[in-house]
Design a protein around this ligand. Structure first.
Ligand SMILES: Cc1cc2nc3c(=O)[nH]c(=O)nc-3n(C[C@H](O)[C@H](O)[C@H](O)COP(=O)(O)OP(=O)(O)OC[C@H]3O[C@@H](n4cnc5c(N)ncnc54)[C@H](O)[C@@H]3O)c2cc1C
Length: 408
């Protein structure tokens, strides 16, 4: 049997090992923690996710993988449907389009502008930033109140710094196929497309990672790979580490390494707290201009969580990279008080990711194409969240597809 090395034991590397376990003699190398950004810390009664909080049930590959390794995801309770944004005051975010139009989330003029989306011509021949896209289709007030929080929550980025085509390819596809997002959404709903419910695991994401690892026939080696030369004895090598780490491991391929190092990452600190009776009860709050990007009320939506988590930094406030943990905790505490009124947490915890999430900047898709071409020339295989999707679901789907390609 051929020997396959996978560098990186995050969800991308581990799911790939699972999918290829019967076709290769697989070895997975991990320099730090199994799970990577999918890691749960248990501190007394508190389960604190360092990264992934949950996933939507609209990606069949993730659900199939859960079933195949024998773990049942838990669905978030009804509170998860209550979402808020903070724009100098707390605003409830209605989920249904009609409720959205009835709410006071935006001015009357902005609502009329949003409805004009039906008649705005699609732009399909050039790349746009998420800000340009949202301004053009829905107007500037929508960009401020909806795109800024959304980009902070998913990519820890800003609409100006994000390529709409790379970060939201499905929305761009709908725009170009149906002429308008509203028209497309209406048609797709008629076709019965599921939107997905938020899920996680009873004891956090590490429960899933542990089971996935146990169910995979592979050699798991805790070791940092510094250079691809160390893996000469393998028939195939897959690098499933972040792009800046891949650049280092592949430094002997100068052009490939330079291209990989062009993918920027945003820093995020996750600060865990617990407050007596913190309000609002719901999924959480996303902010528009604070150094805190959002507050996730984990304890109100999933079992066994008991605390809340505050995301600080991102592209909006990269200065956290140079700050002490105490300084970041102070920022989080002040912002929680400003947004919810809660004071004096009875529990505090922090995890700082200096390079948390790749930024899908303008030109990302072209850059990824160049990277993949160059990797192919050098017989190197790359996967992970740096290229074609950052979500937990995307990582699993991409590993599934890559496994099929490798088997071929
Ligand atoms: C704070 C935060 C919150 C998030 N929340 C969500 C969420 O709620 N839902 C969601 O869908 N997604 C979420 N994400 C995104 C998602 O967690 C990640 O995109 C995904 O987990 C990345 O998986 P990966 O395997 O590609 O990379 P990683 O998890 O980064 O794994 C790469 C692994 O490679 C290892 N490695 C690096 N260099 C080497 C080397 N030289 N030798 C050996 N090993 C090496 C690293 O230690 C790491 O374990 C979140 C991300 C963050 C940071």
């Amino acid at each position: 049997m051929q020997k396959l090395a996978i560098v990186g034991g995050g969800i991308s590397g581990l799911s790939l090992a699972y999918y290829l376990q019967n076709d290769f003699e697989v070895s997975v190398f991990e320099k730090d923690k199994w799970g990577g950004k999918a890691y749960t810390q248990k501190i007394g009664n508190y389960l604190m996710e360092e990264g992934v909080n949950g996933f939507l049930s609209n990606s069949p590959r993730t659900l199939e993988l859960c079933e195949s390794i024998g773990i049942k995801p838990v669905m978030a309770n009804e509170n998860a449907k209550k979402r808020f944004i903070f724009d100098d005051k707390l605003i409830f975010l209605p989920v249904k389009p009609f409720d959205f139009l009835k709410s006071d989330i935006m001015s009357f003029g902005a609502k009329i502008r949003i409805l004009k989306e039906f008649f705005i011509k699609p732009v399909c021949d050039k790349e746009e930033s998420a800000a340009e896209f949202a301004d053009r289709r829905f107007g500037k007030e929508f960009t401020k109140k909806m795109m800024i929080p959304m980009l902070a929550g998913i990519y820890a980025s800003t609409p100006e710094k994000t390529s709409m085509n790379a970060a939201f390819p499905k929305l761009k596809k709908i725009e170009c196929e149906y002429g308008s997002l509203f028209k497309g959404m209406m048609k797709l709903k008629k076709g019965g497309q599921p939107s997905g419910e938020l899920h996680s695991f009873e004891y956090g994401i590490s429960e899933f990672i542990q089971i996935l690892k146990n169910k995979t026939k592979a050699e798991f080696i805790n070791k940092e790979i510094k250079d691809i030369d160390e893996l000469e004895s393998f028939d195939k090598v897959v690098i499933a580490a972040p792009a800046y780490e891949a650049a280092e491991i592949l430094k002997r391929y100068e052009k490939l390494s330079t291209l990989l190092s062009k993918i920027e990452y945003n820093p995020v600190a996750i600060v865990g707290f617990d407050y007596e009776d913190i309000k609002p009860v719901g999924f959480g709050i996303l902010s528009i201009k604070e150094r805190t990007l959002g507050i996730l009320m984990d304890k109100y939506i999933f079992p066994n969580r008991n605390g809340i988590r505050v995301m600080v930094g991102g592209a909006r406030y990269p200065e956290i990279q140079k700050m002490s943990q105490e300084e970041i905790i102070e920022i989080a505490k002040k912002d929680v008080e400003k947004m919810t009124g809660a004071k004096n947490p009875k529990f505090t915890w922090i995890k700082v990711h200096k390079n948390a999430i790749p930024n899908y900047s303008l030109g990302h898709q072209k850059l990824v194409e160049e990277i993949m071409n160059e990797a192919k020339k050098n017989s190197v295989i790359l996967t992970g969240n740096a290229y074609n999707g950052v979500s937990f679901n995307d990582c699993i789907k991409n590993s599934f597809n890559l496994a099929l390609e490798i088997k071929k």
